[in-house]
Write a protein that binds this ligand. Structure first.
Ligand SMILES: *Cc1c(COP(=O)(O)O)cnc(C)c1O
Length: 396
């Protein structure tokens, strides 16, 4: 017996649900690549990405997933033999560091925990020891999609400033941009990057890098520059140079529509929607956790991200729950990854999500917990409902 026929809910932290409007915007013939129409879309995207990153800096569009943006970021500002400090708070900054290591960058990991955000005081202490200034960049994620933590980027910048360290601050905002505040210039971030397929509600395949003045200055002498990622070449006059080849037209059409939707809603309203929906998920998880089997991966409530929640399943196998939710009920949850493989599941609340999608997902998880026999306190969905009604009162 299955209850899954009907619309499937994709509740994984990327790719996320693509709005029908975005899919429709992509459903059109290819257009020629030397004319003004495509050029206008490119320029509007480059400008509007500045609005999303909140920067006056330069923006670049790559036909690549987030890993491509990682490589673009590293190769444009660093040289072989440079040292970077990777701030651990889960899987993703570590992965960025692994990519750096293969480029012959020296990678030092500031040890952290999968259960906590980066400690700015530890960053400050490590940089204080680096009196020779050998660390050229600090790499951190705003939200770690594996652990579900949110790092305080502004506090990390303040820690760097407190020791007057010259390193560039490079931030992966792939799982956070458009879901929560990010102030590239306001916080003193030198380089930021994101992908199309999470908060930006577009299919995977595009990624974006924003560079502030210090990153642009570092680019002048960077030794790792390559033909494909190079910012200088992408500043070239001819339109195709913006992409180092054929523009990924259909993804650009889709991303254009998605940004229009985001600006129609308003960035602040989108952040607030994410906050309220994320809190609904947390209210439900907090109730379920009363049964003793489930727990939030991130211990400190203030460090839990508004885009994804990671839930530990303790001694209980997680696969039967995931299978029940997907195969019987049509809700696809995120699996635990890295250190948390087979020990956790993740509920994404990122991008094109609304109240029925979140309540539907929570309802299915609670159904699944009961069906597969994972001990939990009942009433998680009820707590989510009460929170939403309180957070968003009726108008008038
Ligand atoms: C998804 C994600 C990535 C990787 O992006 P891909 O498009 O899969 O290459 C990197 N960092 C974070 C924080 C992510 O959430």
């Amino acid at each position: 017996m299955t209850l899954r026929n009907g619309r499937e809910f994709l509740a994984i932290p990327g790719p996320t649900t693509v709005p029908d409007e975005v899919l429709a915007a992509m459903h059109r013939p290819a257009i020629e690549i030397y004319g003004g129409r495509l050029e206008a879309i490119t320029h509007s995207l480059l400008d509007d990405l500045r609005r999303v990153f909140r920067t006056e800096g330069r923006t670049y569009i790559y036909a690549a997933n987030g890993h491509g943006a990682w490589e673009a970021a590293l190769t444009n500002v660093l040289s072989a033999g440079d040292t970077v400090l990777v701030l651990e708070s889960g899987r993703f900054a570590i992965g960025w560091g692994e990519m750096a290591a293969m480029l012959d960058i020296r990678v030092e990991r500031l040890p952290g925990s999968w259960r906590r955000a980066v400690d700015p005081a530890a960053v400050e202490a490590r940089l204080r020891e680096d009196t020779a200034g050998s660390i050229k960049a600090v790499l951190v994620v705003q939200v770690d999609t594996a652990s579900g933590c949110v790092n305080d980027v502004q506090a990390i910048r303040q820690a760097m400033d407190a020791v007057g360290h010259e390193a560039l601050l490079m931030v992966d905002a792939i799982a956070s941009l458009a879901t929560m505040p990010f102030e590239m210039d306001g916080w003193g971030v030198d380089l930021a990057l994101t992908g199309s397929q999470k908060g930006l509600m577009t299919p995977p395949g595009l990624s974006f890098v924003a560079a502030g003045p210090r990153a642009v200055a570092a680019h002048e002498t960077a030794g790792l520059r390559t033909r494909y990622w190079d910012w200088t070449l992408r500043e070239g006059e001819a339109h195709y140079m913006k992409y180092c080849g054929t523009p990924p037209e259909h993804l650009l059409f889709g991303q254009r529509r998605a940004l229009d939707m985001l600006f129609d809603e308003g960035l602040t309203a989108a952040f607030e929607r994410h906050r309220i929906l994320a809190e609904a998920v947390r209210r439900a998880v907090a109730v379920w956790a009363g049964g003793g089997a489930l727990a939030f991966n991130i211990e400190e409530p203030a460090q839990r991200a508004n885009s994804v929640t990671t839930i530990l399943t303790g001694d209980h196998a997680v696969r039967p729950l995931l299978d029940y939710c997907e195969k019987t009920c049509g809700v696809v949850l995120g699996v635990g990854i890295g250190e948390l493989a087979d020990q956790a599941f993740r509920i994404a609340h990122m991008g094109h999500v609304n109240a029925p999608m979140i309540l539907g997902t929570l309802g299915v998880v609670e159904t699944g917990l009961a069906a597969v026999g994972i001990p939990h306190t009942r009433g998680g969905v009820q707590a989510a409902i009460e929170w939403m009604a309180e957070a968003v009162p009726a108008e008038g």
